[in-house]
Design a protein around this ligand. Structure first.
Ligand code: TYD
Ligand code: MG
Length: 459
């Protein structure tokens, strides 16, 4: 019998320690370490080495016969965009997100689309009974979709069932909803623990590679790390998609954070409705729909997400602070980046924020990672501080350096074209983008425009 050992496993990152601690040394999370029993350690295999030899093939010999990876195109355009053109056959994907964000809804819709196209789709739900899954499909108007449903939580049973399907019955796509509900005999700990999640995911990924079936694994993420974080699964799968959004808004963003077969900066935009998730064809119009016309502190950033231009409103509020150390709060942007912009405005332009609370918000619950948003943020900050609203039909982009220079950004022309399409007639852009910009939009302006505002405040 395998030797049983006790160990302490972080439920967020999967790190193992010999003694309990309040804080995981590996990922820094608090209260995530739990005692788990392991049979001979994680992934313990048979004692004797496998007799079959690993076969090596020359890399050059492959070049003649390799083609584009074959893909399963779901027909949900925003999902296909994020995966880089559809699910790659034989790959394993993780779809993560907060509970209730819409993971099951999205995958039910994608499965139904594929099943209607004639693909064999198996949807395995460990969370909901078959009837509940069917009810959801019915509510989505997809009752007649020929998707195979199963409510099952044992990995061994799932794999036996799937491997029994031969020939024409062989599944093309298997959806596992969710990894936290699965358990495997290979690990001793209870379902939902990191050891179980890891062992189950390993078995599923192995199945995908061996059979050429695409496996989509759903994983819940919680901020407090109560449920075993799918972090440990991220390393095993070929692609990781995160479904984001907040409950205050109807829109949901699907973002690829890892993708072996495609880009990782692409986003898909959906809107949750009573008929399930609807694709948003024109996200810029949606993100700007709630813009308040004449309020100071609002600047429209012409950004790029993946291959698609996207306009979003950056909102700033700068208010005198009663506190010794003024507050800085950011939603949807990097707080270190905000501190940097404030410091540059103070040091290079003489605009002082030291006595003011500063709040920054990206409207619509979107997260912006692009440094090109610096100029729009600076414009919003200056506008709020001075109490002067920025021109309504103007967009901003440009990266601000520590020296105070505004650096050019990529794809200026397509940013400006998108702005023009939505009725914007002006842009304040870096000098380095002027040539490209003038061709795309009639009224591009240099930074003097903002300079006048700054001069007023500093005076
Ligand atoms: P669900 O896909 O079950 O979330 P997850 O699998 O990520 O936990 O979505 C649940 C939420 O979506 C729930 O709050 C209800 C809402 N919803 C709609 O608004 N419209 C719909 O058509 C469906 C199916 C769900
Ligand atoms: Mg669900």
């Amino acid at each position: 019998m395998a030797k049983r050992s006790l160990s302490f496993v972080c439920q967020s990152c999967g790190a193992t320690t010999l003694k309990w601690a309040g804080r995981c040394e590996s990922c820094g999370e608090w209260n995530t370490i739990q005692e788990e029993q392991q049979a001979g350690g994680i992934g313990a295999g048979p004692k004797t080495a496998s007799r079959s030899k690993g076969r090596v093939v020359p890399l050059v010999g492959l070049s003649g016969e390799t083609k584009e990876a074959p893909r399963i195109i779901t027909g949900v355009a925003e999902l296909d965009r994020v995966t880089g053109g559809g699910f790659v056959k034989g790959s394993a994907l993780l779809v993560g997100g907060d509970p209730g964000i819409g993971k099951s809804t999205l995958l039910t819709q994608a499965s139904a689309h594929l099943a209607f196209q004639g693909h064999n789709i198996v949807y395995i739900s460990g969370e909901e009974a078959v009837d509940q899954v069917r009810l959801r499909a019915e509510r989505l108007g997809l009752r007649d979709a020929p998707v195979q449903l199963a409510a099952e939580t044992s990995v061994e049973d799932i794999l036996t069932t799937l491997e029994d399907k031969k020939g024409d019955e062989r599944p093309h796509l298997v959806i596992i909803d969710s990894i936290q509900t699965l358990w495997t005999e290979m690990a001793d700990s209870p379902p939902g623990t990191v050891t179980q999640v890891r062992a189950s995911a390993q078995a599923l990924v192995r199945f995908a590679k061996k059979t050429g079936t695409t496996v989509v694994i759903v994983g819940h993420v919680t901020k407090d790390g109560q449920i075993a974080g799918p972090r440990v699964v991220e390393h095993m799968v070929d692609a990781v998609l995160y479904f984001e959004g907040d409950n205050a808004h109807q829109y949901r963003i699907l973002r690829a954070v890892k993708n072996r077969f495609g880009p990782t900066d692409e986003i898909g935009v959906f809107e949750m409705s009573d008929m399930g998730l609807r694709e948003v064809k024109n996200p810029s119009a949606m993100f700007l729909s709630e813009r308040s016309a004449t309020a100071p502190g609002s600047a429209v950033f012409a950004g790029i997400e993946g291959t698609r231009p996207l306009l979003v409103e950056m909102q700033a509020l700068v208010a005198p602070s009663p506190l010794g150390t003024p507050r800085r709060a950011v939603i949807g942007w990097d707080s270190a980046r905000l501190s940097m912009i404030l410091a540059v405005l103070e040091a290079r332009c003489g605009v002082k924020f030291a006595q003011h609370d500063v709040y920054l918000n990206v409207a619509g619950g979107l997260r912006i990672n692009e440094p090109g948003a610096d100029l729009a943020v600076a414009a919003a900050l200056i506008s709020s501080l001075s109490g002067v609203a920025l021109p309504l039909e103007c967009v901003y982009f440009g990266e601000i350096s520590l020296s105070g220079a505004v650096r050019p950004v990529a794809q200026a022309a397509s940013r400006l074209k998108e702005a023009q399409k939505l009725g914007f007639g002006q842009a304040v852009i870096p000098d380095g983008n002027m040539k490209e910009g003038s061709n795309a939009l009639g009224h591009v302006k240099g930074l003097e425009e903002l300079g006048d505002l700054v001069a007023n405040i500093a005076a």
